[in-house]
Design a protein around this ligand. Structure first.
Ligand SMILES: Cc1cc2nc3c(=O)[nH]c(=O)nc-3n(C[C@H](O)[C@H](O)[C@H](O)COP(=O)(O)OP(=O)(O)OC[C@H]3O[C@@H](n4cnc5c(N)ncnc54)[C@H](O)[C@@H]3O)c2cc1C
Length: 432
């Protein structure tokens, strides 16, 4: 039996269930856990937070993957993190794979985010497997001489920058089907010009306004990079490009499967696949159900925006629980911000000032490229130093709390805290 409305839970703290432990979910969980007014349960199918903003560094730098794959086990003090795959989100409970009963909530924060082709993100549930995927890719990059990157958005550009910085002799080509790199007309003209200049100094070839038929890998249809020497011909200008290793960097997919089979399905914008929210980031029509980060239909999709939305929702939940007046509606970011790393030594950026101030190598290196916020996120998950390794603190001391809050047997509480198995991904599959 679950918690919703149960007599046992009447004098206990309200349960905030957060689905998805990415940038949005982790931030929201941490804030509400600190408030000590709620029992926070964060559910993620992985056992670790993936600091994917720095994932591309892990494709070239040895031992970097273990820095960005950070276990959840020290995240919460009062609540707990449960490793499980949410298969269905209802309006008063959720259902997870491998567990018989629904898990009820008082408040629900949906933060299921988006998936991206490896190496941009990785969906392996066990941290050791995720780390070895990055380590294996490092070897492949080292061995390849000609590298093709399909897609000249931020991920394709940053990947090229990482590879060329650590392996300056490699022959790298980016093919992008737009008239400029990134999305045209989103940033100052000068930003695009400076980006091209920097890439050209790094001897990266950029082909614009042309495309390549996304190749399929017959042996492994879900693989997101393609190994083995291949020659491609561009669709428009019939330009021939040979590559030993090909990356497909063409955008994110929304993680909405757990929503699309339940009553909130009608709240999914059919054009974007994301959840429609009101100006308080509540899923339209539900006071205590929120959507934040990449799953939300509001705003651009960035980690720093996901965290801002999490801050807002955490404050709002506290106010709603105390029956205080609502704050001002959530303010969307109106000025564009971008910090593009081109390896660890530099990059280009535009600050969110009204005039869109541009910044170059030195400033971008200090702000982002050198550390890519890795120390900040390790500290946020209470892994203080870079060498601080997993000690499996775990949440076993929460057994009694989980048992009484969810009104479950000791065995069920133990099973939940130990983590449930997830559905198998096909080899190389990066989305759910
Ligand atoms: C390579 C790369 C570089 C980037 N660089 C930047 C950058 O420099 N700056 C920036 O601001 N943004 C950057 N972004 C964008 C940023 O990563 C996203 O905006 C961010 O990840 C969104 O955070 P989120 O919390 O909404 O979702 P996510 O980070 O996608 O997290 C969602 C979580 O939900 C879990 N989940 C999903 N479905 C389920 C389910 N059914 N059951 C259980 N768990 C589930 C997933 O396992 C995951 O942990 C980058 C993206 C990529 C791919």
């Amino acid at each position: 039996m679950g918690v919703g409305g149960s007599q046992e839970n009447i004098h206990k703290k309200p349960v905030v269930l957060i689905v998805g432990g990415g940038y949005a979910g982790v931030q929201c969980a941490k804030l509400l856990d600190k408030s000590d007014q709620f029992f926070v349960i964060l559910i993620d199918r992985k056992s670790y937070f993936l600091h994917n903003v720095a994932a591309l560094r892990a494709t070239v730098e040895e031992n970097y993957a273990q820095k960005i794959i950070i276990p959840y086990d020290r995240l919460l003090t009062n609540g707990c993190v449960i490793q499980a795959e949410v298969i269905s989100i209802l309006t008063d409970s959720i259902q997870v794979h491998g567990y018989h009963d629904p898990i009820h909530f008082n408040y629900l924060v949906i933060a299921t985010g988006s998936s991206y082709a490896f190496p941009g993100k990785v969906a392996e549930v066990a941290s050791s497997k995720a780390i070895s995927l990055y380590n294996n890719l490092q070897k492949k990059i080292k061995e390849a001489q000609q590298i093709l990157i399909i897609g000249g958005g931020p991920v394709g550009i940053e990947l090229a920058g990482e590879i060329v910085t650590d392996f300056p002799g490699k022959d790298i080509t980016i093919v992008h089907n737009q008239p400029t790199l990134l999305q045209p007309k989103q940033f100052q003209d000068k930003l695009y010009a400076r980006l091209h200049e920097n890439l050209s100094k790094l001897h990266i070839t950029v082909i614009l306004n042309d495309g390549i038929q996304i190749p399929t890998n017959e042996d492994n249809p879900n693989m997101n990079y393609i190994e083995g020497r291949k020659t491609y011909v561009t669709e428009k200008n019939q330009r021939s490009i040979t590559a030993d290793l090909t990356f497909v960097c063409v955008g994110a997919r929304v993680n909405n499967k757990s929503i699309s089979n339940g009553p909130l399905q009608s709240k999914i914008n059919p054009h974007t696949g994301r959840l429609m929210v009101n100006n308080y980031l509540q899923v339209d029509g539900y006071e205590k159900i929120f959507a934040i980060g990449d799953i939300s239909d509001k705003e651009a999709k960035f980690a720093y925006i996901a965290a801002d939305q999490a801050n807002y929702v955490a404050k709002l939940i506290v106010l709603i629980e105390k029956q205080k007046p609502y704050p001002k509606p959530y303010q969307i970011h109106t000025n564009s911000l971008i910090l593009l790393t081109l390896g660890r030594n530099g990059g280009v950026g535009q600050l969110p000032t009204s005039s869109g101030t541009l910044i170059g190598n030195i400033a971008v290196k200090c702000l982002k490229s050198k550390d890519i916020f890795t120390s900040r996120y390790r500290a946020a998950l209470n892994y203080q130093s870079e060498s601080d390794t997993e000690t499996k603190t775990g949440y076993s001391h929460k057994l009694d709390s989980i048992q009484s809050i969810l009104s479950v047997t000791e065995k069920d509480a133990r099973d939940l805290l130990a983590g449930l198995s997830t559905r198998e991904l096909a080899a190389g599959q990066d989305f759910i």
